[in-house]
Design a binder for this molecule. Structure first.
Ligand SMILES: Cc1ncc(COP(=O)(O)O)c(C=O)c1O
Length: 547
């Protein structure tokens, strides 16, 4: 059986074949189940006080999955294999834990797709929704106002890094981005400046799934099918390339007369696997935009509301955008709300005669929903009252250390990137198509920690109120999950290797000079285990494509 060496590579020693499954009763001892859902045993604790199911938890859960797949179409999910990938069907939540229909508890280490900030069922947020229900649940903002929305906008105006902010509310992050790009486009039209119809966007960018935001986003993530619908943008490399800022600067200088705006995810390109930038690089690019009169749009849908240890990532970068996109954490993960924040000089370009052509003819039915506004307002106050940002910074430091000590350098682990409580751990599978991201996350879920991969990157995005003990637990479980999947696959590789190379198989330790079947812990790419030349293998596993 291959065992890890200290330098993160593998050595082959003869050991008895033991099953790689730590618990008896593991569901399917699969190294290659469809979808790679090799989850090991399902052992999350049953919530105290949970209703005792009359049937076994597995059966109860399976029944709900069956009902689910019969009628619900899940986004970014292949429904033909949905049920085979060990989905959980959530019934309720307790703090930072989700509880499934069978009463099993899962620490929500992805903050329900990065929206949950303080945890679930926060008494003050519950109360804010209930109180607002006593006033009104929703009234349109098209042409009329809503008291709680005014109060929210006033509170946000005091904290957003935008000069003279004005808030146009919507419900999803993609809608906030869509609004920003239409505002940027019309801004130049309203000013009477012709030809400003292009956007500069970065490689690996992700801005949402509407056609406009998909156009700003890079191809990939399984969205290639929409390439014919995408409008053209000027695209320069993303944060994965060290010289990304210099490329962006050159493009701004070259295309300044055509560019309506640069759209950027400040500090972290989240959905592409937590690619990170240095704050000063973002600041430098922003400064060049300013110098050349190109609008700067910061998409803080993922990074906003404390995720990076400050209320907004733009603050780390010393940047004050012309347009700021907010979403996800704005309501603490309670209700759908997003906002496009326009600086005063942008907003003023839209002022003109009643019903005139300067009007921004755009607005969503649920934009500025009163229940969402009430909870967003209470949420903002709690972040301040409870010193949440200090906790994010302390837990981020702890997470960085724990990942460095206990995950980095393990066999099968590549680069680790992190900003605040957004971290990505690259896995280096033994061969393309092994779906390590998905299988490692399934193994973590089976141990009571809810994770979701982006391809072969495991992302850790725990709630902002996560405790030190919970960070420790998440990292422990991640380590165990990686080890489980690595050993599973290496046993399979070993099987093939033994069959094909009987002479070498007799040698208990294979010398370092041999072409190891497993790539070392570098970040350069993967080595195809099936190909002894060690050529870089193409990644044919799109995996889970978004955050
Ligand atoms: C940076 C960024 N922008 C926009 C979006 C889209 O947000 P939503 O899913 O709410 O439409 C996301 C979602 O992950 C995101 O990460």
């Amino acid at each position: 059986m291959p065992t890890p060496r200290l330098d993160g590579r593998w050595q082959r020693v003869k050991t008895p074949r033991v099953p790689a499954y730590p618990h008896p009763g593991a569901r399917t001892p699969a190294t290659d189940r469809p979808g790679g859902g090799s989850a090991g045993a399902r052992t999350p604790a049953v919530a105290p006080g949970a209703r005792t199911p009359a049937v076994a938890p597995e059966d109860l859960a399976a029944e709900w999955v069956r009902r689910d797949e019969a009628v619900v179409w899940h986004g970014f999910t292949q429904m033909a294999t949905y049920a085979q990938n060990a989905p959980i069907v959530v019934d309720r939540a307790e703090g930072r834990y989700l509880v499934d229909v069978a009463g099993r508890r899962y620490f929500d280490a992805i903050s329900s797709l990065w929206v949950t900030t303080l945890g679930h069922r926060v008494p003050e947020l519950d109360a804010a929704v209930a109180a607002q229900l006593g006033h009104v649940a929703h009234s349109t903002l098209l042409g009329n106002g809503s008291r709680v929305v005014v109060e929210l906008a006033e509170a946000l105006a005091a904290v957003v890094p935008v000069d003279g902010p004005h808030f146009l509310f919507a419900a999803d992050g993609a809608a906030a981005v869509e609004q920003a790009l239409k505002i940027a486009f019309q801004y130049w039209t309203n000013l009477g400046v012709p030809g400003r119809d292009r956007f500069l966007a970065l490689g690996n960018a992700y801005h949402g799934d509407t056609v406009g935001s998909v156009s700003l986003g890079d191809s990939g993530f399984g969205t290639e099918v929409f390439d014919p619908l995408r409008f053209a943008v000027v695209r320069t490399p993303g944060y994965a390339e060290p010289g990304w800022a210099a490329h962006a600067v050159t493009a701004i200088e070259e295309h300044q007369g055509r560019l309506a705006a640069l759209v950027i995810e400040p500090l972290v390109q989240g959905a592409s696997g937590m690619l990170v930038a240095e704050p000063e690089d973002v600041g430098r690019v922003a400064e060049v935009c300013r110098r050349h009169d190109v609008l700067l749009v910061c998409d803080e849908v993922a990074t906003g509301f404390g995720r990076t240890g400050r209320l907004f990532a733009s603050e780390w970068c010393g940047v004050r955008p012309d347009l700021l996109c907010l979403g996800k954490g704005i309501t603490g993960g309670y209700l759908p709300m997003s906002a496009t924040v326009a600086a005063d000089h942008v907003y003023r370009a839209f002022l003109g005669e009643d019903l005139g052509p300067r009007t921004f003819s755009h607005g969503h039915s649920y934009g500025g929903n009163a229940l969402a506004a009430a909870v967003a307002l209470a949420h903002l106050r709690l972040i301040e009252r409870d010193g949440v940002l200090a906790n994010v910074r302390a837990r981020a430091e702890q997470l960085q250390e724990a990942l460095g000590d206990r995950i980095a350098g393990r066999p099968g682990v590549g680069a680790i990137r992190q900003r605040g409580l957004m971290a990505g751990v690259d896995l280096l599978p033994t061969a393309p198509g092994r779906r390590w991201g998905r299988r490692v996350c399934a193994a973590a879920v089976a141990r009571g920690v809810l994770l979701r991969p982006l391809g072969d990157t495991v992302v850790l995005v725990p709630p902002l109120t996560t405790t030190a003990a919970e960070i420790d637990h998440v990292v422990d479980v991640l380590g165990a999950a990686i080890e489980l999947v690595a050993v599973e696959d290496l046993v399979a590789v070993e099987d093939r290797y033994v069959a094909e190379s009987p002479v070498i198989a007799e040698d208990p330790v294979v010398s370092e000079s041999r072409a190891d079947p497993v790539v070392a812990g570098d970040t350069a790419g993967r080595i195809d285990a099936a190909d002894p030349s060690g050529r870089l293998a193409a990644d044919d596993d799109a995996g889970e494509p978004r955050g």
